[in-house]
Design a protein around this ligand. Structure first.
Ligand code: MG
Length: 319
């Protein structure tokens, strides 16, 4: 087919091939439920996890092992881990903020532990009463324990794109923390837009700074859709070479520092976008949409923030 005269393809048409696969880490059972106003019991959490696995999820954050008095929604982490299927090839991640949490996660049977560092003082003090440097010191101690226990360790650098108290976060500071995490031996570093303030251009700048400072560990990006930029940020991350993305079914979750805010970027929204770009995730879009609708109507019984769960996937031909 010839182009109409006077029309030609742009000279700078993209030459880079799309990546064939992006791994989704489903964080609904932890980040989603931890910040949801509805408290659900262990059995419903296990049904949620079973539905996620049926939809194709193979790596998921199952629980956090933090102070149950401060985070009652995660008090049953041990029971959740005792009930998850172990014969489906799923990797379960437990979140920890300190040595005690790491030991609890290991004892509960988690396959990986994710430790949370902070990129800025204000959030660090409010969330875990530690400075960024103190969280890096703690990571170094935890990495020794994780290594001795032969358990893979990742580190999330939270508020990597902005802090609810201090405002701007310098990419150089995030990069310096990533360098320390890499030196401690983590296998993966996640950059968390904890309060959902990042733009795609911030993502490009901070990812580039971290890639230069810490080229060893895999990079994972964690976005919240607080200001409707999460999906654009996923795109920017993938364009920057990131191949692991956190997402939560139905976009559930929230932010303790923005009470009316929406949650994590919705898994089905991410899967839809990537699928239309020819990028595999291993996740069945229709089943993920069903799971999101189940959350809305059965498990949580309140509206969810996902767009694709509402609209459905790409229309198939009915002729
Ligand atoms: Mg989060």
């Amino acid at each position: 087919m010839t182009a109409p005269s006077g029309f030609s393809a742009p000279a700078d048409a993209p030459a880079s091939a799309a990546p064939p696969f992006v791994e989704i880490v489903e964080v609904g059972p932890r980040d989603g439920l931890q910040n949801d106003p509805t408290l659900i019991d262990t059995g419903v959490k296990l049904e949620f996890i079973a539905r996620l696995i049926d939809a194709g999820v193979r790596r998921l954050e199952a629980a956090s092992f933090v102070n149950p008095k401060l985070v009652p929604a995660m008090a049953d982490g041990d029971a959740v881990m005792a009930g998850v299927p172990r014969d489906r090839g799923v990797t379960y991640i437990g979140l920890a903020l300190n040595e005690r949490g790491l030991r609890r996660a290991i004892d509960a049977g988690c396959d990986e532990v994710n430790f949370v560092m902070v990129a800025s003082e204000g959030f660090g003090k409010a969330n875990q009463n530690a400075t960024p440097e103190e969280t890096a010191d703690l990571l170094e101690r935890i990495a020794v324990l994780a290594h001795d226990a032969n358990i893979p360790l990742s580190a999330t650098i939270s508020v990597a794109f902005g802090d609810p108290f201090d405002g701007e976060v310098d990419p150089a500071r995030v990069a310096a923390l990533a360098r320390r995490a890499a030196a401690a031996g983590v296998m993966e570093i996640a950059l968390g837009d904890t309060i959902g303030v990042a733009s795609p251009w911030d993502v490009r700048a901070t990812v580039a700074a971290v890639q230069a400072a810490a080229p060893g560990p895999r990079l994972r990006l964690h976005f919240h859709n607080t200001r409707n930029t999460a999906l654009a940020n996923v795109y920017a991350a993938v364009e920057a070479g990131v191949r692991v993305i956190d997402a939560s079914a139905g976009g559930i979750g929230g932010c303790p520092f923005a009470p009316r805010a929406t949650g994590n970027v919705a898994t089905e929204d991410v899967v839809y976008m990537l699928q239309r770009g020819g990028i595999g995730t291993g996740i069945d879009l229709e089943r993920m949409i069903e799971t999101a609708r189940w959350l809305e109507t059965v498990a949580l019984r309140h509206p969810i923030a996902s767009m694709v769960a509402r609209a459905g996937g790409f229309p198939s031909s009915r002729r």
